[in-house]
Write a new protein. Structure first.
Length: 204
């Protein structure tokens, strides 16, 4: 029974991911990215500025959701909102398809912080009720496209730190059912910094 359920989920995941890829044109996405995304998110989606996220290798479903949230006002950012609002739905799909096909540049973690970060990532903090990051994002940080859990492996530590802080402080609220706000609510500043460093060092 469990085996059949897992197989069903795997097939559904492949179908959903395939649908976004099929609907999107990576070449059209690349052309659009070169005009509006390159300056911040870098060549092939590998941003140079650590506060701006890497998009290379991200699940297309997640990119699509975030861009549509910016367009709809469900996620606010003074830089991204005005860039996303003029995009057509097809351009959003094309951009998602393009960035999903790019290879992410690897990152490196601060070993001193990464030790605590690994513990929190894999096991959470039972004493304070912090859940393990691996529960949703997977042991390697690859996420889950069907559930729109993003790939976080190799992401800039500064961006991850900022994102976790925003979720913890309810400054960002476009997470389904408040899942990330709930997960981050009890994280300390030290845990956030450590987890961000550990994630930056994760790679394929």
């Amino acid at each position: 029974m469990v085996k059949n359920w897992l197989m069903t989920v795997s097939v559904a995941t492949a179908l959903v991911s395939g649908a976004v890829h099929a609907a999107g044109d990576p070449q059209a996405g690349e052309a659009k990215a070169s005009t509006i995304c390159l300056a911040c998110h870098g060549p092939q989606g590998n941003s140079i500025v650590p506060l701006w996220p890497k998009l290379a290798g991200q699940h297309p479903e997640y990119i699509y959701k975030q861009l549509m949230d910016f367009k709809a006002g469900n996620r606010a950012n003074e830089q991204m909102t005005p860039m996303a609002m003029p995009l057509t739905d097809q351009e959003v799909v094309d951009l998602a398809a393009y960035y999903a096909t790019q290879a992410q540049a690897p990152g490196a973690a601060d070993p001193a912080l990464a030790k605590l970060g690994e513990a929190v990532y894999r096991s959470g903090n039972p004493e304070t009720g912090v859940p393990a990051c691996a529960g949703c994002h997977g042991p390697a940080g690859k996420g889950q496209s069907l559930a729109k859990f993003p790939r976080i492996a190799g992401q800039h530590a500064d961006y991850t730190k900022q994102t976790l802080t925003h979720f913890r402080d309810a400054l960002r609220a476009n997470d389904p059912n408040g899942m990330m706000r709930g997960a981050a609510a009890r994280l300390s500043d030290q845990e956030i910094a450590a987890v961000a460093q550990y994630i930056q060092g994760l790679s394929d």
